[in-house]
Design a protein around this ligand. Structure first.
Ligand SMILES: C[S@@+](CC[C@H](N)C(=O)[O-])C[C@H]1O[C@@H](n2cnc3c(N)ncnc32)[C@H](O)[C@@H]1O
Length: 221
């Protein structure tokens, strides 16, 4: 019942904030995603049942990125994908990783607190490898996002509303430390904005945004 109620609330939010056309497109994309890609990334109640209680208080329930929003961002991003490394903090069942793989990133990384969801993401990426017959270089790490030590090769940092802003702030602090020791140009993509701008500005510059859908930031030199 609460699962149904959550879906109704999501649709209502989308209709009132994003309008009918985008809402219909996103629902259609959501319903088709798994069948089209040969994966299982759908939202189910109980998906995060193994996440530690300590993390549950700051975690947002599992839901895969909508491909419409993801493609709106990445189809416009002026990026050398073959030489870029993508990380998804709170990678869930790996839907964003499956989408990132389609853009041909050199490597994709998922960090996820739930071991169960990590295993699901691994399975989904393995299936994509079989279906596409392409090499997908990926790493799924079962960890609290705050404990993950940011690799210097990563230049695209992706968040789909995974946790409370207090956690996001700590993760951004870790990214800041990585930039200090290994200066480089990076992008921070945030789907379903909810106050990340207060943490990102003025250190980061807004390069793209769509109200109630996403924001894209880059670091200032
Ligand atoms: C909204 S889902 C996003 C799924 C995925 N990023 C995608 O776009 O398809 C958020 C995920 O963040 C995970 N999460 C929440 N808090 C976390 C934390 N502190 N560390 C790592 N993962 C966390 C949840 O378990 C959940 O799977």
């Amino acid at each position: 019942m609460s699962f149904l109620w959550t879906n109704i609330k999501d649709v209502w939010f989308s209709l009132t904030k994003r309008g009918l056309v985008l809402t219909v497109k996103t629902i259609y994309a959501e319903l088709r995603f798994d069948k089209k890609h040969g994966v299982d990334t759908s939202r189910r109640s109980g998906d995060q049942s193994d996440v530690e209680q300590r993390l549950k208080t700051t975690a947002v329930r599992h839901q895969g990125s909508n491909s419409v929003f993801f493609n709106l961002v990445f189809s416009k991003l002026n990026l050398d994908f073959a030489n870029s490394v993508f990380i998804d903090f709170g990678s869930g069942k790996g839907r964003a990783l499956v989408l990132a793989a389609e853009y041909g990133f050199k490597k994709i990384i998922g960090v996820e607190a739930s071991e169960k969801l990590c295993r699901a993401a691994e399975e989904n990426l393995a299936r994509r490898r079989t279906i596409t017959k392409k090499t997908i270089n990926y790493d799924i790490i079962n960890s609290d996002a705050r404990a993950y030590k940011v690799e210097p090769e990563i230049n695209v940092f992706y968040f789909f509303d995974p946790f409370h802003m207090s956690v996001f702030r700590e993760v951004m602090d870790n990214i800041g430390k990585s930039l200090q020791s290994n200066p480089r140009k990076i992008w921070v993509v945030y789907l379903h904005p909810r106050g990340e701008d207060e943490i990102l500005s003025p250190k980061y510059k807004l390069v793209d945004s769509k109200a109630h859908c996403y924001t894209v930031w880059t670091n200032t030199p």
